[in-house]
Design a protein around this ligand. Sequence first.
Ligand SMILES: [Zn+2]
Ligand SMILES: [Zn+2]
Length: 139
Amino acid sequence: MAESTPNYPKTAACTCGALTVSVTAPPVSIHACACLECQRRSGSVFSCTAFYARADATVRGAFKSHRRVAESGRFNESNFCPECGCTVFSRLEAWPDVIGVTIGCFADPAFEQPGTLYWSSRRHGWLATPPGVATVERQ
Ligand SMILES: [Zn+2]
Ligand SMILES: [Zn+2]
């Protein structure tokens, strides 16, 4: 469970601002993931996602979706702005009652840190894990 902060609601947005997700309560969980698929999807060396109860999140604006199938055989759906291509939120077949919001889209350097880094076995060698972040070799 992520630590709660008082500054809600808050809004995540794509780089052009057309696609947003507003949340009214703290996330139920925050994950980083260094799997190779997240590296490709994010264009970075890991993804960082805050998961909210669907009832606490409101999506505004047009989006396109892409589903990839995880090792588990279930889909992980990225939802991105058709104009600027930025992934703002995701949905997991394995976890239907939550919506994952890409933490970078909050543009908030004070955002709570992730509780877990998944796929640490795929982590780039220079990437250290700070105290308080558990690592899981796979998922
Ligand atoms: Zn956009
Ligand atoms: Zn991943």
